[in-house]
Ligand binder design. Structure first.
Ligand code: SF4
Length: 414
């Protein structure tokens, strides 16, 4: 073998995306990136990928390819091996994505039932126990993120017996979280029965409520939260319009006295509500919290500044290999989760109904989601304009915000 020839090997941790005369090489370990736009380099990168990340390199390659190889080596994304070291082409082992959740694969596995395979993917159930007239949130916060909703006059309440029938027929072994939501969860008379319904010890019951609702029902809430013997987290929403620091102080003291695990969610509409939230977080030393940008119909600029990604934001994203593998198959924001509305409808995203607890079985609903390639599988490589973009695996999966705005690309790239 000619000793002047070399093998160029690209590390198996590199994810390559080639679209529209551009390529992005992203190292899932070091987080280094190389963007290629030169035509000669693009065809070199394509060849490299088509030859399992290893190709022969002559000593007389062009200057631009030498420069590219040097950059690969400098960023620890690739290396050269003299062909004299081996009389055969080296082999590189790389992870191959096993698509456990693929309906075709599931159907092909004759020995394992489709039922078991689909149900074992169900990890999280949101149940809206009741729903009241919603005055404050005209722009439907619960379409933008998981929100408790708040309001005055009760318009619907889910039947506990229907929920029991719907979930009791099947053993849902892998379930991890039950989120109980509603306009006033503490007003729901059967709330304490939920933990009996799902008997796995590993399930966490997450009870969502607005701080105003909690204050109005504090005695009832204290009794419910201390009576339930399963693992409970209380998720308290403090919306941008709620600034009564004394009441917030009082509520946190009560929760601390009861040793209740809690987390706090803030809705943010502008700079001022952001500052108020950070003030509360610091003042009360809140450990577990999240800030949700909320579009209220008149805060376009704030929303664009804080939710839309610039090219710089995207280039600073550093997903892990497992994230990238998932993004090729499923949407981790939606996958494994379903929501039951207070009227019994089943959906992954509000208004996109996949069934009803009164007319379908749980399995029917999930099979429909699989067969329709629903939101569980809504991934950027399959949707416009992201399918033509080299950043499709860097960008986080489609979320409620994209669905709410009916726009897949919440970014400033054309
Ligand atoms: S949102 Fe879509 S179009 Fe925008 S950068 Fe991400 S993948 Fe590209």
């Amino acid at each position: 073998m000619n000793s002047s020839k070399l093998w160029l090997c690209v590390e198996p941790s590199i994810n390559v995306c080639i679209k529209n005369n551009q390529a992005l090489l992203y190292d899932t370990v070091t987080k280094n990136k190389i963007i290629v736009t030169n035509t000669e380099l693009l065809s070199f990168v394509s060849k490299l990928i088509n030859h399992n990340n290893i190709i022969e390199v002559d000593n007389d390659v062009s200057a631009i390819i030498i420069e590219f190889i040097e950059e690969l080596q400098k960023k620890f994304m690739g290396y050269l091996i003299p062909q004299s070291l081996s009389d055969k082409k080296p082999v590189q082992l790389s992870n191959i994505l096993s698509v456990q959740q693929d309906i075709n694969k599931i159907s092909a596995q004759e020995k394992i039932s489709v039922t078991d395979n689909i149900l074992k993917n169900l990890k999280e159930i949101n149940i809206y126990l009741n729903n009241f007239e919603n005055e404050a949130y005209l722009f439907e916060a619960n379409k933008q993120f998981l929100y408790c909703s708040e309001g005055k006059d009760k318009v619907s309440e889910v039947e506990f017996s229907s929920i029991r029938n719907f979930f009791s027929t099947i053993n849902i072994n892998n379930l991890e979280v039950i989120n109980l939501l509603g306009s006033d969860v503490f007003e729901y008379r059967d709330i304490e029965k939920f933990p009996e319904l799902f008997d796995s010890k590993k399930i966490i019951f997450n009870i969502f409520c607005h701080i105003a609702v909690l204050i109005n029902n504090l005695e009832k809430a204290k009794s419910i939260l201390t009576n339930i013997k399963k693992r409970i987290i209380l998720s308290v929403y403090i919306s941008h319009s709620f600034n009564d620091v004394e009441k917030i102080d009082f509520v946190f003291k009560v929760l601390d006295e009861l040793s209740i695990d809690y987390q706090v969610f803030f809705t943010i509409i502008d700079e001022l509500s952001f500052e108020n939230s950070t003030y509360i977080i610091n003042k009360f030393n809140i450990e577990h919290y999240n800030l949700f940008p909320y579009y209220n119909g008149s805060n376009d600029n704030f929303f664009r500044d804080n939710v839309f990604n610039t090219l710089n934001d995207i280039l600073n994203l550093t997903p892990k290999r497992i994230d990238i593998n998932q993004r090729k198959t499923l949407n981790s924001n939606f996958f494994g989760k379903i929501t039951v509305s207070s009227t019994g409808e089943i959906f992954i995203y509000p208004n996109q109904i996949i069934g009803s607890i009164n007319t379908y079985s749980l399995l029917d609903c999930l099979v429909r989601e699989y067969n329709n390639n629903g939101l569980w599988f809504r991934i950027r490589p399959n949707i416009k304009p992201c399918q033509d973009c080299i950043y499709q695996f860097l960008c986080p999966p489609i979320s409620n915000y994209e669905l709410y705005f009916e726009r897949n690309n919440l970014c400033y790239l054309d």
